[in-house]
Design a protein around this ligand. Structure first.
Ligand SMILES: NC(=O)c1ccc[n+]([C@@H]2O[C@H](COP(=O)([O-])OP(=O)(O)OC[C@H]3O[C@@H](n4cnc5c(N)ncnc54)[C@H](OP(=O)(O)O)[C@@H]3O)[C@@H](O)[C@H]2O)c1
Length: 313
């Protein structure tokens, strides 16, 4: 256990958020952050409780914080770190700040309301629809009056987003012909495609856009864990014909909207307007298995690892 320096505190990690971006961090080239080197602690979001402090004003004993804790049981936090550390508000479940009330929910919020901006009656398509981001993005689009179609990887996931979350339809991309189903479900084309998957699926949807469609690139999980680069997109020219726009975004650029988003998401959660699900694996030693499961789609709901044996939720 490290000795604490001036202004520092010790966080006992309770839960880790298992996020697709970790796969990019494990590539030596990194992504929007530098790659994690062999021998370093795997970078990851986590939430924990202060168990020792040299800085009671900033880090009071017993208070919970979300931070880039890494895959470890204890984490030293310095004063005013970067990326910023977030105090978990009283009464908020620890795992919610790794999902709906943390960067997952904020990504869906800013991606839908600040980038995609669906209008009432528009057709809003979201891929990885049962993922943390996808499931929340679809529900927010629905609240804006859009007609929401999901794409997900199993009958169980499709049933969840339609029956429990209120999506209008969902396509199982593993067993159905996505292009044919889109033709049936969105004969007038897709107005907004909120894409979490990229690759072949993105290329397929580019042929089914409506006039002045918006394609929002949130993630391209199909390309994170492959040895060779994905094939080039063949259908980019359809953007021209449809006067469509394709735009990527990174939630870090919208962090000034964190409080607005977290407050609104919290209200929707409390009112039952926003529904979420968690998939919890117990034990730090299961973190690698959790990351592998993400890329197989072998989970339903936001995947978290419970690190401390008796963590509160
Ligand atoms: N732009 C940003 O700032 C930002 C911030 C956070 C997250 N993101 C992105 O948002 C997306 C969702 O993240 P999340 O944390 O919400 O995900 P998640 O809950 O961890 O779920 C990931 C899901 O992606 C699907 N998937 C995995 N490999 C796939 C493949 N090859 N083809 C199609 N689907 C695949 C799987 O569902 P199926 O069973 O349906 O295949 C899996 O359950 C990711 O692309 C992530 O990188 C972007």
């Amino acid at each position: 256990m490290p000795a604490l320096g001036e202004g520092e505190a010790l966080l006992e990690v309770q839960y880790l958020g298992v996020d697709p971006t970790i796969r990019g961090w494990l590539d030596e080239r990194g992504n929007y952050m530098p790659g994690v080197k062999i021998g370093e602690c795997v970078r990851s979001n986590g939430v924990g409780v202060i168990v020792e402090t040299n800085n009671p004003a900033e880090y009071p004993l017993g208070r919970a914080f979300m931070h880039l804790t890494g895959w470890q049981q204890y984490c030293v936090v310095e004063s005013n770190p970067f990326p910023p550390i977030t105090m978990v508000p009283e009464g908020v479940a620890l795992t919610d700040v790794l999902g709906a009330l943390g960067h997952i929910g904020i990504t869906a919020y800013v991606g839908v309301l600040r980038v995609a901006r669906p209008q009432p009656g528009e057709t809003f398509l979201v891929s990885a629809a049962a993922s943390g981001v996808g499931s929340i993005a679809g529900q927010i689009a629905k609240m804006q009056g859009a007609r929401v179609i999901g794409i997900a990887g199993s009958p169980e996931k499709c049933a969840w987003v339609v029956d429990d979350l209120g999506f209008d339809a969902c396509i199982d991309y593993k067993t159905e012909d996505v292009a044919a189903r889109l033709k049936e479900l969105a004969p007038g084309g897709v107005d907004v495609f909120f894409d979490n998957v990229g690759g072949e699926l993105l290329d397929t949807v580019l042929r089914r856009l409506a006039l002045r469609a918006r394609v929002v690139l949130c993630g391209d999980i199909s390309t994170y864990d492959v040895d060779s680069p994905p094939p080039p997109l063949r259908n980019v020219r359809y953007l021209m014909g449809k006067r469509a726009r394709m735009e990527g975004f990174n939630t870090l650029d919208h962090w000034d909207h964190y409080h607005e988003a977290a407050t609104q998401l919290g209200e929707w959660l409390a009112a039952g307007k926003l529904k979420t699900r968690e998939h919890v694996l117990v034990g730090l030693d299961r973190a690698p298995e959790a990351l592998v499961r993400l890329f197989k789609g072998d989970h339903l709901g936001k995947l978290v690892v419970r690190v401390a044996p008796n963590s509160p939720r």
